[in-house]
Write a protein that binds this ligand. Structure first.
Ligand code: BV8
Length: 233
């Protein structure tokens, strides 16, 4: 694409939908049978750690049952072949982007496959259930390890790196996100402020579609490979 050297891509739950992972807002506000505020806040975890662990243990267990879809694969191809700067910022906590091969990747809301111990500050890989008896590999404390997930009211990861990439971006592409949650939903405006072209690829227009110069509607498994072929063309 003429004049495009630095690209920032933002993905949300819609990019993993065709792999079989449910999105957040498809089912009338219930998310895997829970209200978000009952499971994705520090208050919820303080109130009922067992419920929160159960919610994340179930989602972590699902990961081994699903595979990357053509949208993840196309973004991994872009990662391998794009000669300019590229940062794939994902709001998703699944591991499908890395399993597809993406490397220049940042999980701004954390990862299901990692744990965090507030006692030691240690972060570690986690594959099985975490539950309440989890032992921190760094400090051996029992029951302190929590999912390494950014809950509502917590500061997302990598914001300095994301802001720097948005300031340098020639193109910002948002894929499979409703634009309902900040600060991710504001990235398109930051990118435009710095002069980037903006493109949305989503099943249907999102809350933020008005801020995009171009918005294409359709499933990510079709739109993303087509767009990647275009941009590498
Ligand atoms: C922050 C991890 C600041 C959890 C998530 C009061 C106090 C503090 C903050 C706030 C507050 N009030 C409001 C806020 C800000 C708040 C916020 O934005 N709230 C909203 C509800 C208004 N944000 C935060 O709290 C953030 N932190 O602001 O910190 C701060 C400053 C100083 C000091 C401390 C803090 C943190 C937010 C992160 C929350 N964690 N995820 C987990 O996964 O368990 S959010 C979660 O929902 C996702 O990560 C994602 O970010 C978000 C939105 O979900 P989407 O990915 O967009 O999915 P959704 O279902 O909504 O949409 C899917 C889309 O895909 C749809 O458009 C659909 O059409 C499309 N689609 C479907 N199928 C397909 C498809 N597209 C293509 N192809 C398909 N096949």
């Amino acid at each position: 694409m003429a004049g495009v050297r630095n690209i920032v891509v933002l993905t949300g739950a819609g990019v993993s939908a065709e792999s079989g992972l449910p999105t957040f807002r498809a089912s009338d506000g219930l998310w895997e049978g829970h209200h978000v505020e009952d499971v994705a806040t520090p208050e919820a975890y303080a109130r009922d750690p067992a419920l929160v662990h159960q919610f994340y243990d179930a989602r972590r267990a699902r990961l081994v049952e699903v595979q990357p879809n053509p949208a993840h694969d196309a973004l991994a191809r872009l990662d391998a072949e794009w000669p300019g700067e590229l940062l794939l910022v994902t709001q998703n906590v699944d591991d499908l982007h890395e399993r597809a091969g993406s490397r220049r990747l940042l999980h701004m809301h954390g990862e299901l496959t990692r744990g965090w111990c507030p006692a030691s500050g240690g972060r570690c890989g986690w594959s099985g259930d975490m539950g309440q008896g989890a032992v921190c590999p760094a400090c051996a404390s029992v029951g302190r390890v929590r999912p390494d997930i950014v809950w509502f009211g917590e500061m997302p990861y990598g914001m300095d790196r994301i802001d720097a990439a948005l300031a340098r971006a020639d193109l910002f592409v948002s894929i499979g996100t409703s634009g309902a949650v900040y600060p991710a939903a504001g990235f398109v405006r930051t990118a435009r402020y710095h002069g980037a072209q903006t493109l949305e690829l989503n099943l249907e227009p999102s809350h933020g579609s008005v801020f995009f110069e171009e918005s294409r509607a359709g499933p990510a498994s079709e739109l993303v490979p087509r767009w990647v072929a275009e941009v590498l063309g």
